[in-house]
Design a protein. Sequence first.
Length: 148
Amino acid sequence: MKQAVRAIIIHNNNLLVMKRNKFGKEYYTLIGGHVEMGESHEVALLREIHEETMVHVAHPRLVFEEHAGHVYGTQYVFVCTYVSGVPILHPHADEVHINKLGQNTYTPMWLPLDKLEEVPFLSEKLKHKIIASLKDGFPKEVDTFTTQ
C-alpha cells in the first residue's frame, strides 16, 4: 500500500497549501508527497516540504492518518510549526518540470484560513477535520479515518 505524508503549516492565519490545476480541474491540497523506500515519515515530510515550498518548519506531530484507497494509499498528516520562508518550488523539484508543460500545475501558496471552507480541497473529509481542529485544537492522539 502506498504511503504519503502531508503537512499542516499555519502562519499569520494562513494555511500553506499546494494549489493544483490538474488538466483544468482546480483544487487545493496540503503540502507533501510519497514516502520513499526506507525513509521515515518525518524525513519524508521534511524532504517534501523543502522540495515543494522551501519553507522551514519545526516540531512535526502526527495528528491524522487518512486511509484514502488504492490510488492515494495511507496519508500521514502532521501539524508543524512554521519557522521561516516564503513558499516557492525548489528549482530542482519535479513539479517545476511538470509546470513547464502547462497542463498540470503546482503553485505553493498561503491560503487564508477564512477561505478554506469555500475552496475545493483534496480530501474534503480532511479539510473538515482541519477546520474542526482550528476551532477545538488538533487531536492529542492520532485521529484515523477513511476517505469515501
